[in-house]
Design a binder for this molecule. Sequence first.
Ligand SMILES: Cc1ncc(COP(=O)(O)O)c(C=O)c1O
Length: 386
Amino acid sequence: MEPSPLIYMDNAATSYPKPADCLNRALLRYLKLGASPGRGGYDLAQEAEEAVSEIRNRLRHFFGAAPDWPLCFAANATDALNTLIQGMTEPGDHVVSTRLEHNSVLRPLNHLRENGRITFDLARFDTDGFVDPSEIRALIQSKTRLVILNHASNVLGTVQPVAAIGRICRDAGISLVIDVSQSAGVIPVAMKDWGVSALAFTGHKSLMGPSGIGGLVIRPDIAIRPIRFGGTGIDSANPFHTKEFPYRLEAGTLNLLGILGLGESLSFLEEQEAGGFRALEMALTRQLIDGFSEIDGVTLYAARSLENHIPLLSCNVNGIAASDAAAVLDGDFNIAVRAGLHCAPLVHESLGTASGGAIRFSLGVFNQLSDIEAAVHAMSIIAGSA
Ligand SMILES: Cc1ncc(COP(=O)(O)O)c(C=O)c1O
């Protein structure tokens, strides 16, 4: 018997498959342009630099930043978030964040606090998975330097009210940083309009790029120190790292293949958007929720409404560990999902699922109705066996 094809529902971890045309085009461009961007006066290095610069511009536009806001590449969102959190805080600062954060925010904050450098407070979220902006306002104190917030939760799928929080931060004169790892490529991001001072992104999730590329966008007036020092291709006689953007936050040779891949995937997203793929993903998520809601013994988290939501759903089957359910989904039904804490332990602590976490279904561009039907069928059998 032919093995059934993989049903991939773990797009929040990384999107799969990647559009093959994008990878092929990026590889061809890399074969042609593969000199070190910004590291030589000869034509090829200049061309590589121009290609990188063009992709910086497109990404700035994509995130709704002003054309002169620095866009600095990084390895992924974790790398960019470390740069922002460590580079924007000074000893004695206070930070406000939320219990919705991924470890890529929580761990840098915890390390800085353990070293006696900063203090921080975390806002709660309600049963629908949203942070109330007034709670952020209440946590701001005289020493608060920045608010850092997950735009879309990688466990609950809820999209936070960034514009309202941006107004609070602007009135308080503090910076707002957002983590768009899960939202970028799924919902529009308008950082300038929302009063966002900086954002961190990763290329390999819904932006559909390869892994190993991400970055940050920052308003040029925001104070930030580099946390890594080294070669930048400019200002080489300076014994210290250059202050000039984007090099201030980019030490070492850029991931040119990754950047070219991201450039191609942006074009892919533009084409897909014309075909209304976002609406389709949400319609499939609605069908998944409706299907699971009919199954006795399945608990859904923050799924009452799909307003301000990305196509992601976490749930549990009563009496079955999330990891066991995921193993059956994989082994018996060839459905790939992610079970556990999803690198966001405080979300699960708040949900009461800290011990085993939950099963997360996250949809992407390539999911179809038949995938939803297969998932609902599989979950009904798993719940029936509990
Ligand atoms: C909300 C959120 N932030 C940050 C990250 C980290 O992304 P990366 O592993 O690409 O650095 C993830 C990835 O799971 C995420 O879901």
